[in-house]
Write a protein that binds this ligand. Structure first.
Ligand SMILES: [Zn+2]
Length: 92
């Protein structure tokens, strides 16, 4: 009788442990790009974050994305990631 465990990941924003499904993956591709990986299947070094601006902000401020991916994150990249995350302040 095996219970299948849901894999847990820590959000780099709020640093809460959540199931992989609740989080979205940010990946550093072999080409050195930082992108969101909604499928979770892209090659590269990845880290997980809640799909909201609040956690993205927290992760950026704490420089946790950079540390986790060992790659500098420019404001342009942050903007690109933010665009793909639902946020209270998005004026779509
Ligand atoms: Zn979070």
């Amino acid at each position: 009788m095996k219970i299948r465990k849901v894999p847990l990941r820590v959000c780099i924003g709020c640093q809460e442990q959540k199931s992989k499904r609740e989080l979205v993956r940010i990946v550093r591709t072999p080409e050195g790009n930082i992108e969101l990986d909604p499928t979770g299947k892209k090659a590269g070094r990845g880290t997980y974050i809640c799909p909201n601006r609040h956690c993205l902000d927290a992760a950026v401020k704490g420089k946790r994305i950079e540390r986790s991916l060992k790659h500098a994150i420019s404001p342009t990249i942050v903007g690109e990631l933010a665009k793909q995350l639902p946020g209270e302040d998005s004026d779509v």
